[in-house]
Unconditional design. Structure first.
Length: 184
């Protein structure tokens, strides 16, 4: 199904599920409405969240456009990448005074890295195709989670100590996501 919000055409799907409240999700540039059984008035729900939907979809389309101007770097071997990450983990953990338990590598579908409460860092293998400055930023981002778990104000303040312009890095990572997400 399709609707128009301002100048963009929005594809949407409706999923009836046993949920208490309706919610909206955007996946692969499509709007998904998750609604309790019996709810029929989708238009009203869409209207209510029109600006949110528009903002989300405009951002995705902007990121995709910017992604077209970037190239991935396939020259790094798996071994070089692992060594680079290990080197950065050692350096940053020492600087920050945090302890990392284990570093592992995986192809991840939704993020560049993660950090468990016991200090295990997982790095998305696709990060290997990105510029070194962004790789280092991701390592730093994950190690900061050893101090503050959530993305709250305090967390971003901590990040700012080394990356006052962290928003630029986060934005770059979102742009690169569009380039790597379809790579096997
Ligand atoms: Zn994070």
């Amino acid at each position: 199904m399709k609707i128009k919000i301002h100048d963009i055409e929005v594809n949407y799907q409706v999923h009836h599920r046993k949920v208490k409240y309706a919610r909206l999700e955007i996946k692969n540039e499509e709007l998904h409405l998750i609604v309790p059984p019996g709810v029929k008035n989708y238009q009203k729900l869409i209207n209510k969240h029109e600006e949110w939907i528009y903002r989300k979809l405009s951002r995705i389309s902007m990121l995709k456009t910017e992604a077209m101007g970037k190239k991935l770097d396939f020259s790094r071997s798996d071994e070089t990448f692992r060594k680079l990450i290990q080197h950065q983990v050692n350096k940053i953990s020492q600087d920050m005074g945090v302890e990392v338990n284990r570093v592992s590598f995986r192809k991840m579908k939704t993020r560049w890295g993660s950090c468990s409460s016991v200090g295990n860092i997982t790095i998305n293998r696709r990060l290997a195709y990105l510029p070194e400055s962004l790789i280092e930023y991701v390592v730093h981002h994950e190690l900061c989670h050893l101090k503050i778990r959530n993305h709250n104000r305090e967390y971003w303040d901590l990040i700012s100590l080394k990356y006052p312009d962290y928003e630029k890095y986060e934005n770059e990572l979102s742009i690169y996501w569009f380039l790597v997400k379809d790579i096997a």
